[in-house]
Ligand binder design. Structure first.
Ligand code: R5P
Length: 329
């Protein structure tokens, strides 16, 4: 990712970066990329579990960015982000952008059975009501979730960070094939496959209930004696990947590289994943991975930072420069 484009005057004052507590390392990397310090704030949890925020300095007339992944513990991280946004609003920030590398509840995006909520819509409403003018996020579970927001947003893709390292791995691979573990993800897998000039295989998976179990039913495409690049947007319990890996091995896959954008890694998920016959794991820092979990993967795992992507888009949003131009759009 290139160095920020110079020469445009900020429309809403200088960039003011605020970080919640969920992804401090990523916030630090964005701050380094932008050569802009994170702003001081206190985030306190009272004995009654209520969260309190206080800014160290005024943001009146400034362009503020709140960096917070709404990962586990989801309720806490979401509430913390909303309170930070409201604090900035009440202090008369000129513009507030919620920078949410991982947006929670996006899997709850439709009424696909009677008497269920659409929580992704509720979350979008809460972000707006708290006072955000804009949002930025990465690789939503479904792009249509953008329609739940009535404020403008930048939905970005880790593709732009991952594609070059993947090109190198593909060049060294024997008979490489891109595999989607889920038909719902097939379109995005196809974009990666097209950019890497790889054939595509799919696993047809059907969830049978709300229980976090998934069943891989059919392998569509040829993986025998091939180096498989198994791509998913997030790994939570690991059940989807367990079923996919078993099926790939049954069908004669030679090696498996598992690429996933959001390392949600719910309790037990990292252990399950690390125990699988996967040769290489590639992920990003949209959600921090604890040192204990990280150690389970050893040198099989590489984490690519999305900070240059978010940093450049923050810079462009502040300076009023096209974001699409970054991707030749
Ligand atoms: C499903 O629609 C997603 O693409 C992932 O496959 C899913 O979120 C992974 O969840 P888990 O690791 O719990 O199977």
């Amino acid at each position: 990712m290139s160095i920020p484009v110079q020469g445009h005057r900020p429309m809403y004052g200088d960039v003011r970066l605020y970080s919640g507590t969920s992804a401090p390392e990523l916030a630090g990397r964005i701050s380094e990329f932008l050569k802009t310090d994170l702003c001081g704030r206190d985030i306190i949890t009272f004995p009654n579990d209520n969260i309190f925020v206080k800014l160290h300095s005024s943001v009146r007339g400034q362009d503020c960015y709140v960096i917070q992944s709404t990962s586990i513990p989801v309720q806490r991280n979401l509430m913390e982000m909303l309170i930070l946004i409201q604090t900035l609003r009440l202090d008369s920030a000129a513009r507030i952008t919620a920078v949410i590398p991982y947006l929670c509840y996006t899997r709850s995006d439709k009424k696909d059975q009677p008497r269920v909520p659409i929580t992704a819509r509720l979350v979008a409403d809460m972000i707006e009501v708290a006072g955000a003018d804009r949002y930025m996020t990465l690789d939503l579970h479904a792009d249509q979730i953008q329609g739940f927001f009535s404020i403008p947003g930048d939905v970005l893709y880790a593709f732009h960070i991952l594609i070059d390292p993947l090109r190198k791995l593909v060049a060294e691979a024997k008979d490489p094939v891109m595999v989607s573990p889920d038909l719902g993800f097939a379109k995005k897998a196809r974009n990666y496959a097209a950019a890497l000039e790889l054939p595509l295989a799919f696993i047809e998976k059907r969830r049978l209930s709300n229980a976090p179990t998934a069943k891989a039913l059919t392998m569509i495409g040829d993986v025998k004696d091939k180096d498989c690049f198994l791509l998913d947007e997030e790994i939570s319990t690991g059940n989807t990947i367990v079923t996919a890996v078993n099926l790939l091995k049954q069908h004669g896959a030679r090696t498996i590289t598992n690429i996933f954008i959001h390392p949600v890694l719910a309790p037990g998920g990292a252990e399950k994943l690390a125990a699988l016959p996967i040769d290489r794991f590639i992920t990003t820092d949209t959600i921090p991975i604890s040192p204990e979990k990280r150690a389970l993967f050893g040198d099989r795992m590489t984490i690519y930072s999305i900070a240059p992507l978010l940093g450049e888009v923050i810079h462009r949003a502040n300076a009023g420069i096209s974001v699409g131009q970054m991707f030749n759009e």
